[in-house]
Design a protein around this ligand. Structure first.
Ligand code: ATP
Length: 256
């Protein structure tokens, strides 16, 4: 499939001319447009404060759009959210780790949207939680308090929650911050599996060194989208220098 025809597919993530202005009057995203085809992994890269988390919050409906629209899997974003098709793995700093909850309960939260009002788990929900914990290698920790885990283990548990939710779009806010190389490898191979199952993943990351290795697409952001397309055509020195204003450190270019 050519790059153009992939982008023209109706599924995936489509953000059209979105502007987000916070209540204090700060515009964090301006006229932002991007397309990520179904069944792909896209990196979201940009400096601190470039609007990555704001974009996730806009897609999740956590902040209102001042203008523009979002389409997920070929339907209005709000509809996809109601249908429980979108999972969000937050940044570690956005989670209250002192909340007394077991690992398996965190993963079960991914099933809430599939349960009735009383949130009574069925055997099928318990089986899905068990499978999700196994997929992230956290089965042995299911009865531990979430706050007792290491940073990398917490990230795997939140990924398990997204897997248990069975979302077809998964947004991951900096899943590699503070994780060791082995855990990063495990998470990347899991992301590939999820992509190969037909899910669409948008991953914000400051770890530029590994983007080319695991991301099919790249979105470069700086208050708006500077560039979006296949990683081969978009993750270029010129685009990154525009985004990072000469502060690039951790990339070794083959043709410096
Ligand atoms: N609730 C808020 N109210 C007002 N301004 C906000 C709010 N949240 C974020 N901002 C501002 O919007 C801009 C974008 O912030 P955002 O958190 O989206 O950036 P980011 O790219 O995710 O940054 P980082 O890489 O540091 O996580 C920043 O200037 C930030 O100060």
């Amino acid at each position: 499939m050519t790059e153009l025809s992939a982008l023209q597919q109706p599924g995936g993530i489509h953000v059209s001319d979105v502007t987000v202005t916070y209540r204090n009057g700060h515009t964090a995203l301006r006229n932002t447009t991007l397309d990520i085809p179904t069944a792909s992994i896209a990196a979201l890269v940009g400096i601190n404060g470039s609007g990555k988390s704001t974009l996730f919050k806009a897609i999740m409906g956590f902040v209102p759009l001042s203008s523009g629209s979002i389409t997920l899997l070929g339907r209005p974003g709000s509809q996809a959210l109601k249908q429980n098709l979108v999972s969000y793995v937050p940044q570690a700093e956005d989670v209250d780790w002192s909340f007394p909850v077991l690992v398996e309960d965190v993963v079960m939260m991914g099933r809430y949207g599939h349960m009735g009002m009383l949130r009574i788990a069925r055997q099928q929900d318990r089986d899905i939680v068990t499978d999700a914990l196994a997929r992230v290698g956290m089965s042995d920790y299911r009865h531990r308090q979430i706050g007792e885990l290491s940073g990398g283990q917490k990230k795997r548990v939140f990924l398990a929650r997204a897997i248990a939710q069975r979302g077809r779009v998964i947004l991951l806010d900096e899943p590699f911050t503070g994780v060791d190389v082995n855990t990063e490898r495990q998470i990347i191979s899991l992301l590939h599996e999820l992509r190969d199952e037909g899910r669409t993943l948008l991953v914000s990351t400051h770890n530029l060194a590994s983007v080319s290795e695991y991301c099919d697409h790249t979105v470069i952001i700086k208050g708006t989208v500077l560039a979006c397309g296949t990683t081969a055509t978009t993750f270029t020195r010129e685009n990154l220098e525009n985004a990072f204003s000469g502060a690039l450190r951790d990339i070794v270019w083959e043709n410096p």
